[in-house]
Ligand binder design. Sequence first.
Ligand SMILES: [Zn+2]
Length: 113
Amino acid sequence: MTSARPHDGGMSETPSWLDGLVGNVRCAACGRLYARGDLKPVGQRDQHWFIRCTCGACGSQGIAVVMVQTAIEPPPAGRGAITVDDVLSAHELLRDYTGNVDGLFGAGSSRSR
Ligand SMILES: [Zn+2]
């Protein structure tokens, strides 16, 4: 991790996905692509980030809402692969299970914290 970066206004922890927005988000007023320094995270709520966009060309400002989801990594090859036995037992479980799907996979998808 490099710490050599031009000053970017205070917020020390810049989300890495912000780089992915650069070159993809355009100013609604003049169509110019936002540069890295034009995008500044101003808030977060759950998976939603609020990014203040300031156009360097025309000066208009906007707020972009970005939904960030943590990628689920696939299990490494050769380990954690589903075996036939696992499938059969899951099948048994599903056949006998009378509750709803939410109960099967745990309540909700949000982290319990
Ligand atoms: Zn603009």
